[in-house]
Design a binder for this molecule. Structure first.
Ligand code: SOE
Length: 392
């Protein structure tokens, strides 16, 4: 294998910035077996992608993703476009023999996700590997929580409470954007941020959600269009767009049984939680203890030990920055926290090691498909009077 991993990124928006910094930074803080090189950034708008390539550190810019994935000097394609393009780009890249990192949610439908997972399985037989970017798994406190639960520190998992609360749509005069259009985004809060809450619940507990009951609500159904480009920039116009996705998703779920018990979970995904900016929270309640995490305090994990003497019990706030905590040895001395961007470098580290070791990266497209099946079941339940609906 070459000592470089030549990367192309498709997409030049917010996630493009986040992923670009991880390709720049990860090789400088982790000892990687090969060196990722930032070859080409592809986007739709020529001027915007040229400027982004220059700013983010890509050697070239392109507006033709098909040409990019066909190049012999590209080894890996990083897809950070809206969900309606994930399947076409990922399948083409895998079939072209390129490793693929695809942002979440994997796709906009289960059918697309199934086709992507099938393409990933076929490609893996040729040594071409893939990962879906459910990045919050790689927050050290989240990986630490998963390790504590797996080690039995909370005992039998009985309940899970997960939420992802933002408030960027609170103002009803806020403009239309692709995230509010079903044909572009697949769903609203449910798939965009609910996918993270669902994945973290399954990742930390190690259990699959088997049945769900859901409510989906669109609070503001029309929003002003901004100029010709539907988005957050451009000149105001008197046209309005129709919001075709959910603003709020409320879900009850039943996990698979373990140790003779099938835990129950509650989930909330909303963009109307006034004052909550990026509050991804999860609490796992067990027979012997509990863990609680909040992305707005991502260097901390609260741990409760119900086996301690009654007079000494209480949630302990662990600052997850010791060198023995996941990923932290690569960064700063204890107590010096990391930020939102660091898990993207952890994602690059793990992906590069998996590729050079020839082992399937996690989360796989199959795991992304599992999340997609939960999303579909929630949508089906919400359309059927919140009836309990299986996820398979
Ligand atoms: C939505 O605003 C969003 O950017 C999601 O798309 C990301 O997945 C989440 O990590 C942060 O919020």
């Amino acid at each position: 294998m070459s000592n470089t991993l030549r990367v192309a990124m498709i997409g030049a928006g917010f996630m493009g910035a986040a992923h670009s910094q991880s390709w720049r930074v990860a090789p400088r803080f982790f000892d990687l077996p090969v060196k990722p090189t930032m070859q080409v950034l592809a986007g739709r708008d020529p001027a915007a992608v040229e400027q982004a390539a220059e700013k983010w550190g890509w050697a070239e810019a392109s507006t033709d993703w098909r040409e990019v994935i066909a190049r012999d000097d590209i080894d890996l394609v990083d897809i950070v476009t809206p969900g309606d393009t994930h399947a076409e780009i990922a399948i083409a890249a895998l079939e072209a023999g390129k490793h693929v990192l695809c942002e979440k949610p994997l796709a906009n439908t289960v059918d697309e996700a199934e086709a992507m997972a099938a393409a990933a399985n076929a490609a893996a037989e040729r040594g071409v590997l893939s990962m879906v970017g459910l990045t919050y798994r790689r927050v050290p406190a989240v990986t630490f929580a998963r390790d504590l639960v797996a080690a039995g520190r909370v005992g039998v998992v009985r309940q899970v409470r997960a939420a992802y609360r933002q408030d960027w749509l609170r103002d009803e005069t806020g403009p239309m954007t692709w995230r509010l259009e079903k044909h572009r985004a697949g769903s609203g809060s449910l798939g965009d941020i609910g996918a993270h809450a669902i994945d973290l619940a399954e990742f930390i507990t190690g259990l699959r959600l088997e049945r769900v009951s859901g409510i989906l609500e669109t609070i503001v159904t029309e929003r002003p269009m901004l100029g010709e480009r539907v988005g957050l920039s451009g000149t105001a116009s008197d046209r309005v767009g129709t919001v075709t996705v959910d603003d709020v998703a409320l879900v009850t779920g039943r996990f698979a049984s373990k140790d003779g018990f099938a835990p129950i979970g509650t989930f909330e995904a909303t963009r109307f939680a006034t004052g909550r900016k990026n509050a991804l929270t999860i609490e796992v309640s067990g027979s012997r203890g509990a863990i609680a995490f909040d992305l707005e305090r991502l260097n901390e994990l609260e741990v409760y030990d119900a086996t301690a003497p009654a007079g000494r019990q209480g949630f302990t706030r662990i600052i997850v920055t010791e060198p023995e905590h996941p990923y932290m040895a690569a960064w700063w001395p204890t107590g010096h926290g990391i930020g939102y961007e660091h898990p993207f470098s952890h994602q690059v580290r793990d992906l590069v090691h998996a590729i050079t070791s020839g082992i399937d990266p996690e989360p796989s497209f199959a795991e992304g498909l599992q999340v997609q099946r939960v999303l579909r079941a929630v949508e089906a339940s919400a359309a059927n009077g919140s009836a309990w609906t299986t996820t398979n």
